[in-house]
Design a protein around this ligand. Structure first.
Ligand SMILES: [Zn+2]
Length: 258
């Protein structure tokens, strides 16, 4: 796990696996953590790392309900956990799914955790809306399409956009069984003005991006998604993302659309 300070109030940790990001943001003497790394030792190291950096984490946010983003309770078992309304609805509609998928993953890679994943008491936050942190506010924006749920977090005073599973420098847009291409496209359009204002964009997977790079990825992703809408069979992968992993991802996307 690598940690990068992208602003005096924002630290991004990038997990070793799938470059999953988690972002700590502070205001005054309060800090929130958005999303989580995956590996048990990374989660174990997180409290000391953030404490030393002066981020006293009291609240957890998740961008969407995919299990790989929701493990922060292992690091901060006492912290409250919040998510957008769409994510709360998805969690309620598929109880135990995140826990089961995590268990299957851990069994496959023989990983051990201190206990089962607890998502008890998840608080639904209105989106679009605001979330108070210290004497400031985070902005919450709808970001569904990759899955049926999703929230992007805009940190206005830092100019940082934490967008969940969009704008990955390493992976093309990934669909899921609950995806909607229209929603995906609408989310990219909604993110566009935020990306333009941003100093830093933190994708769900991959290194933080400056706004020029993030805007270029957004244009490529929009073109790819629009091609999938028009004629999936002739959709081309973005030039810089045509490796084996992305070709497989593209095949998977096509299988969901077919
Ligand atoms: Zn993810």
């Amino acid at each position: 796990m690598r940690a990068i300070a992208v602003h005096e109030d924002v630290v991004v940790a990038i997990g070793a696996l799938w470059k999953t990001t988690c972002t700590a943001v502070r205001s005054g003497d309060e800090a929130f953590l958005i999303d989580s790394p995956i590996l048990p030792e990374e989660l174990e190291a997180l409290p000391a790392l953030l404490d030393q950096a002066g981020f006293p984490v009291s609240g957890l946010l998740v961008t969407h309900a995919d299990w790989d983003h929701m493990l922060s309770r292992y690091a901060f078992p006492e912290a409250s956990i919040g998510c957008g309304e769409t994510t709360a609805a998805r969690l309620a509609a598929e109880p135990g799914v995140a826990q089961r998928e995590l268990r299957e993953f851990d069994e496959e890679f023989m990983l051990e955790r201190p206990g089962p994943l607890s998502l008890a008491g998840v608080q639904a936050l209105p989106v679009p809306g605001y979330c108070a942190l210290g004497d400031r506010e985070l902005e919450l924006h709808p970001a569904d399409g990759h899955t049926s749920d999703g929230t992007a977090v805009w940190i206005p005073w830092a100019g940082v956009l934490v967008c969940g599973d969009y704008l990955s420098p390493g992976a093309i847009p990934e669909l899921s069984p609950s995806s909607s291409l229209d929603a995906y496209r609408a989310t990219l359009k909604r993110l566009e003005p935020l990306v333009d204002q941003a100093r830093v964009v933190v994708p769900g997977h991959g290194e933080p991006l400056d706004n020029v790079r993030a805007a270029a990825i957004l244009r490529e992703d929009l073109a790819y998604v629009e091609a999938l809408v028009a004629d999936p069979a002739s959709a081309q992968l973005p030039l810089a993302r045509r490796d084996g992993g992305n070709r497989k991802l593209h095949e998977y996307n096509l299988s969901l659309l077919g």
